[in-house]
Design a protein around this ligand. Structure first.
Ligand code: SF4
Length: 469
């Protein structure tokens, strides 16, 4: 574990104890779920696909078909090309996908499987077959990255494989990061309100948050269309939400291959499409930045609706200020989410005392100080963190509130303080996919959740209770 801030006694542990991160092909699978007509395939052991499916089902409460090439002992020794080809044959027969998103695993990477060659071999066998799906391959060894590295590697792989350079249109590429389906819907509404053509990628707002079906859908509806992905090569600008993205440990490999780490950078380098990399739009300042970039790029005024939402949010900040000011918070999760939420907390007067992520870019401190040096000069900022370290530090520092995914619940329980569940995964509540975090509307939701969690705690611990504030 790396401490980006202070030198801590807790650093004496060399083993990870309940890591604050997930497996890289899980992130890639999320991206593939956001491509229309796509089925993800994990090239490796059955257990990897089963773990990922189980994890996603528990959060999204949706059926989750993820294929696997099902490595055995023999495959591990002699290579997985037979399983790869049979696996794709079976998937095509059952699902008839238009795209197959293939992610590697620790095992297939360790034995040196050359997946691009396997794809080429498969294409060669079926040369001329008009039903052949498109293939996207993301390299996702979990031992050198988190689910976020896998996620952004898959976004980059998709754009590198499918985008087509063409005559410029007034169009924006929005690479929205690992956000909730509800947040994707908010962003799509925003782009529609600006009346600008756009590609939002990956769009799993429907495929991971389906309406109730009468019959089972092998590949759920929704996802960014192939046509829209191709059009990313003709846009005026790209906007990437998040400033760390996959600049973690996977970046060295990515850099070796292409000297870029993200889809926006790749489009800028290859097709000269201006790329804006910004903090996820949580809080007023960060949302203002996104609004201004869209407005400048599209040449359109910010719609009045958002001025009203912003005004109501400012009003709520004023109403709730006395309940949150000076409170101490622990924030953990994915690096970009943690940076955005911490900046938002500083904006409303809460002190983020511990900011932690399993991500290993070591960029969090730099980013937080860049945007608000005063608020984060004494914050303990942990990179490559595990939950036990967060727990031990929390016992010492005694925060008032914990903000992050459901895996930190046991810390809140031990400290008898409130937890506000955000991000992924949320395994002990329903509604994870419907949590709004972004833009003025999502910020309003987070603000209300946080203030009410603190009020709830105060009310519960009051000797007399109270009915009015
Ligand atoms: S960490 Fe590696 S071995 Fe474990 S599930 Fe993920 S890819 Fe499979």
């Amino acid at each position: 574990m790396q401490n980006e801030g202070l030198t801590l006694e807790a650093n004496k542990h060399v083993a990870s104890r309940n890591a604050c991160k997930l497996c890289a092909p899980l992130g890639a699978s999320m991206v593939f779920k956001g491509i229309e007509g796509c089925i993800p395939m994990i090239h490796g052991s059955q257990g990897c696909a089963t773990y990922i499916r189980r994890y996603l089902i528990s959060h999204y409460k949706e059926p989750m078909d993820i294929a696997s090439s099902n490595f055995s002992e023999e495959t591990t020794i002699y290579g997985g090309n037979k399983n790869f080809i049979n696996g794709i044959d079976n998937i095509r027969k059952q699902y008839a996908p238009t795209v197959m998103g293939i992610a590697s695993t620790c095992l297939s990477e360790t034995i040196g499987e050359d997946i691009p060659s396997l794809i080429a071999e498969y294409r060669e066998i079926y040369n001329g077959d008009s039903t052949l799906p498109l293939f996207v391959h993301a390299s996702t060894p979990s031992y050198s990255g988190t689910h976020m590295d896998g996620f952004h590697e898959a976004v980059l792989a998709t754009i590198r494989t499918l985008s087509v350079e063409a005559k410029r249109e007034r169009r924006i590429n929005l690479f929205s990061g690992f956000i909730s389906p509800a947040d994707i819907r908010l962003l799509k509404q925003l782009m529609n309100d600006f009346e600008i053509d756009y590609t939002l990628f990956p769009d799993y707002s429907t495929s991971m948050d389906n309406p109730c079906w009468k019959d089972y859908h092998l590949i759920p509806e929704g996802g960014t269309s192939i046509d829209d992905i191709r059009k990313t090569g003709s846009a005026t600008a790209s906007i990437e939400l998040g400033t760390v993205l996959n600049k973690g440990s996977l970046s060295e490999q990515v850099l070796m291959r292409s000297s870029v780490t993200s889809a926006g950078e790749w489009l800028e380098k290859n097709y000269f499409i201006k790329n804006h990399t910004i903090v996820m739009p949580i809080g007023i300042e960060a949302t203002d930045s996104l609004m201004n970039i869209i407005s400048t790029t599209s040449g359109k005024e910010i719609p009045q609706k958002y001025a009203l939402q912003r005004g109501r949010l400012v009003d709520a900040y004023i109403d709730g200020h006395k309940y949150v000011f000076g409170k101490k918070a622990v924030v953990y999760g994915e690096e970009d989410m943690v940076i955005a939420v911490s900046l938002f907390l500083a904006e409303i007067g809460i002190k983020p005392v511990i900011v932690a992520s399993g991500g290993e870019s070591k960029l969090m401190k730099k980013e937080l100080l860049k945007y608000n040096e005063e608020a984060f000069s004494e914050t303990i900022i942990l990179s490559g963190a595990d939950f036990e370290t967060i727990r031990e530090l929390s016992l010492e520092i005694k925060p008032d509130i914990i903000i992050g995914n459901s895996k930190g619940y046991y810390i809140a329980r031990q400290l008898s303080i409130p937890i506000v569940r955000i991000g992924f995964p949320i395994h002990d509540r329903i509604g994870g996919p419907r949590i709004k975090h972004l833009l003025y509307e999502g910020t309003q939701n987070l603000f209300d959740l946080i203030v009410n969690a603190l009020l709830d705690y105060k009310q519960e611990h009051s000797p007399i209770g109270y009915k009015y504030m």
